[in-house]
Every structure is written in C-alpha cells, then in structure tokens.
Design a protein around this ligand. Structure first.
Ligand code: NAP
Ligand code: GLV
Length: 306
C-alpha cells in the first residue's frame, strides 16, 4: 500500500513518522513529481499536478474540516474525499466561540478598559435570555458549539440546510428560517462550510437584519463575509462588534482596517487547529476500515460542497 503525503504549509516529518508507525505495512512518503501512484493520500491544498498523477487513488484525506480549497481541484470521481471528523477540533471551536460570546455578554472588554484607568466600575448585569446566540451551520463544529453554549444557559438557535434536531436548540432551515434566526440573534456565529450557496452570506443584506447592537463571530471562512459591509455596519452602530478568525486574504494584510478597529477582535485562523496525533489515528482507522471494505464517516459530497 502506498500512502502519499502532499500538504502545503505543513512540516512533513512528524506526519510521516506518525503515519509510518501506525501503518508499518505501507510505504509512506512525501509526494515528488513522478513518484509511484498512491492508494491513499493525506492532503492539504495539494497541487493539481499531484492529483493528475493518481490513477488509482482510493481516498484523499484532507487534514482539516473544510474542503472548499480541495474542491477547487479536479479529482477523479472514484476517489473518496474525506474530511477530518472532529479529531479534537470541535472542543477547540466550542472554547473559541464560548470565549467570544462570554467576553461580549459579560463586557470583559469594558472591564479591561476600566482596569487600565484604575476604575472599580461595576456594570449593570445583562439578561441572559436577551443574549440569543444564532449559529449558522449545525454540523460537527456547530453542534458542539451549540451544546457548549447551552451549558451556560444561553438561548441557542441553529441553522442548517436540512431539518435536524439538536436537544436544547431551536433549529431552523430554509430562507424563512434564516430570516427568523437573523431577526432574533443578538450574537451571530458562522460555522457554515464555504460553498457557492454560502459565499458572501455575511453581507449588509443579512447582517442588517440582526437586532441593533448584535455581535458577529466568524470562525468558518473569510469568503463568507463581505468585509466592507461589516465595517459599514460597525461604523453605523448597527453592529456592536465582531470576533474574526478567518479573512478573505490570509495572513491578514498589515494595512487591513480590521487590525486596528476598536470593536474587532482578530485571531490568526486558530479557532480549531488540526491536532496531528488525533488526525493520524483517525486517518489510519479509516484506511483500515476501507481496506476491510467497511464504510467510513466524513466522506464529502462534491456536489453538495461539504
Ligand atoms: P459540517 O460538519 O460539514 O457542517 C456544515 C453545516 O452547515 C451543516 O449543518 C449543514 O447543513 C450546514 N449547511 C451547509 N450548507 C448550508 C446552506 N447552504 N444553508 C444552510 N446550512 C448549510 O462542517 P463543520 O465540520 O461543522 O465545519 C464548518 C466549517 O468550519 C468548515 O467547513 C470550515 O470552513 C470551518 N472551520 C474553521 C476552522 C477554524 O480554525 N477557523 C477549523 C475547522 C473548520 P446540514 O446539517 O443540513 O447538512
Ligand atoms: C480549518 O480551517 C479547517 O478547515 O480545518
């Protein structure tokens, strides 16, 4: 069995060592042009040249949850495209979003500012029931985030493409469902995959339907957000602030207005990182299942885009 590693911006050696230890029967190498064709590949934004040289590839294992970049490539229809299925990412995303929601709701930025002035300045408690959190995308990450927010008793609305049930969460879908969620969400969290249907979904048209003073958290993809529309809605006062982990251009350019905006928190695409050991264990488990002829989870539907 040949397993090829073809990941841009990723140090190969630790992955090769982990994959070789877990799959001693396989030949595991980094892809070089002209290398023997692979049975399985572990990839992150692989070049098209790699995919064009793979006549017998059974599965491509993406070392992230989002497959938007991978689906830009031409991939043989018989090759399974497999995303990371949690692998330690969901709890990180839950931490990231809960931190941002709590920081906003409990006004910790205002307490930071007060400390810098040496002021003991109590703020009026806010009503938790008024802090409705709307989550766009109730997949592996969105569902875990919803469950974590419920632990703190925030009212949670969720939005998915198809109807679904998540205990303690009011789940909406369809165009009418999106309108309802936007009208009621004091905090909007985006955890949608980037597809032709969701690109630019965080625009003036949608964000202006949020209640005045609403807060935005985007931890999915930068291309979901129309960045100038966010700036305009912050400047008009319609939105109170935003926490952004992902951007149209990454790294965020040094002169980008988000860096210095007083009501935007920027993090460098770190909300839910790929954990190498967990990911290797998951990928190897799936390779073994496929070799036994068993089905696996996390298979992407290219037509659906996630
Ligand atoms: P997922 O399991 O594929 O779930 C996607 C969810 O979005 C599903 O609930 C799906 O609805 C819903 N959805 C898809 N298209 C929709 C549409 N047009 N309208 C309404 N709902 C739609 O994805 P995930 O694993 O939770 O990850 C979500 C995204 O997070 C990834 O695609 C990636 O871009 C991003 N991400 C970011 C980081 C980071 O560090 N910032 C880390 C990992 C992932 P159904 O349930 O009906 O299918
Ligand atoms: C990170 O953004 C991922 O898609 O895993």
């Amino acid at each position: 069995m040949i397993v090829t590693f073809c990941c841009t911006d990723t140090k190969a050696e630790p992955w090769l060592a982990g994959l070789r230890a877990a799959l001693p029967e396989a030949t595991v190498d980094v892809w070089q042009p002209g290398a023997p064709p692979a049975d399985y590949a572990v990839v992150w934004t692989p070049p098209q040249a790699f995919l064009d040289e793979q006549p017998r590839l059974r599965a491509l294992f993406n070392i992230g949850a989002g497959v938007d970049a991978l689906l830009q490539r031409r991939i043989a229809p018989q090759t399974l495209i497999v995303r990371l299925d949690d692998a330690g990412m969901a709890v990180q995303m839950a931490e990231y979003v809960c931190h941002a929601v709590i920081r906003h709701f409990r006004e910790f930025d205002a307490y930071d500012a007060a400390q810098r002035q040496g002021q003991w300045a109590l703020r009026k408690p806010r009503r938790r029931e008024d802090c409705v959190v709307g989550i766009l995308g109730l997949g592996v990450l969105g569902t875990r985030v919803a469950q974590a927010l419920r632990v703190f008793e925030y009212p949670v609305l969720g939005y998915s493409r198809t109807p679904k049930t998540v205990p303690g969460v009011e789940v909406l879908h369809g165009a009418a469902g999106l309108g309802t969620l936007l009208a009621r969400s004091q905090v909007l969290v985006n955890l949608l995959p980037l597809t032709p249907q969701t690109r630019g979904i965080l625009s003036r048209a949608t964000l202006s339907r949020l209640p005045p003073g609403a807060y935005l958290i985007n931890a999915a993809r930068g291309a979901h957000l129309v960045e100038d529309d966010l700036l305009a809605l912050l400047d008009s006062g319609h939105l109170s602030g935003a926490t952004l982990d992902v951007f149209a251009t990454e790294p965020l350019p040094p002169d980008h207005p988000f860096w210095r905006h007083p009501r935007i928190t920027v993090t460098p695409h770190t909300a839910a990182r790929t954990l190498r050991d967990e990911s290797i264990a998951q990928i190897v488990g799936k390779i073994r299942a496929l070799e036994r002829g068993e089905p696996i989870s996390g298979v992407v539907d290219p037509a659906r885009g996630y």
